[in-house]
Unconditional design. Structure first.
Length: 259
């Protein structure tokens, strides 16, 4: 017996793809997140933000990482008000204040806090997710962020996740949630995941100073160097060599020795 393909009952069931909005800055953590979510079978919809940061060099790296995923066209959202509106915070990321050097665990790194940045950006990403009926909004916050950034802590995202559910009931995907898979991971573990996934690490940007090369001295550079030279990475690939170019590739060792 031959099936009539024109009969609606005989047509194959089309299952819509699972969609994820992934917030990506172009750094190591968020780039790893993008490929981590894609590897789980999601169709990723990457989104970045130009909020008047000291430099927006990382956005071209975010676009590059997005281009490596299937259908991952990067959406860049301009937030031109942030630099002027939040200037009184003195954040070195949106003012001309010097970017602190050293390890992220140092109190001086609080100078890099941009007030309520994650709340603002995540809220926009949620709106985007609702509009395209995505299943999740993924963010690359990790355990190393908790000390410095109040809006990177589990308590914040637990509350925001509930607000997402209550605030969007009846719209978009009924199952829309915030996904923070690295929130209890160390930077070393994220770096190891990046190596395991084959992330194009050379084409990620972490440095706050935005020079021709990574400076090697700001908090994000020190943390990046420590992670990419960690035992966790060596456990994944004993032959891995950090492909990043740094102005100073030894300073991080001095910082760790002083800790």
């Amino acid at each position: 017996m031959t099936l009539d393909v024109n009969d609606p009952l005989n047509r194959p069931i089309e299952i819509p793809p699972r969609l994820a909005v992934v917030v990506i800055s172009g750094g190591l953590d968020s780039s790893t997140l993008l490929h981590h979510v894609a590897a789980q079978g999601y169709e990723v919809n990457p989104i970045s933000f130009d909020y008047g940061q000291r430099h927006n060099k990382e956005l071209k790296f975010a676009a590059h990482q997005a281009s490596l995923t299937e259908g991952g066209d990067l959406r860049i959202v301009d937030l031109p008000f942030a630099r002027d509106l939040f200037a009184d915070s003195g954040s070195s990321l949106i003012t001309k204040e010097d970017v602190p050097e050293g390890h992220y665990a140092e109190d001086s790194m609080k100078a890099t806090v941009v007030p309520n940045r994650n709340m603002i950006m995540t809220s926009i990403a949620i709106g985007y997710a609702v509009s395209i009926k995505a299943d999740q909004v993924a963010l690359g916050v990790h355990a190393g962020d908790h000390f410095i950034y109040p809006d990177c802590r589990p308590e914040f995202f637990n509350a925001l996740n509930m607000a997402t559910i209550y605030g969007n009931a009846g719209f978009g995907s009924a199952a829309l949630t915030l996904n923070t898979p690295f929130i209890n991971w160390t930077k070393n573990q994220i770096a190891a995941r990046a190596v395991a996934l084959g992330v194009d690490i050379k084409n990620t940007w972490s440095c706050y100073k935005g020079g021709r090369k990574h400076c090697g001295k700001c908090g994000t550079c020190v943390e990046r160097l420590e992670a990419l030279n960690s035992q966790e990475v060596k456990d994944v690939d004993p032959n891995f060599v950090d492909p990043t170019q740094y102005e100073d590739s030894e300073y991080w060792k001095e910082v760790l020795d002083e800790a």
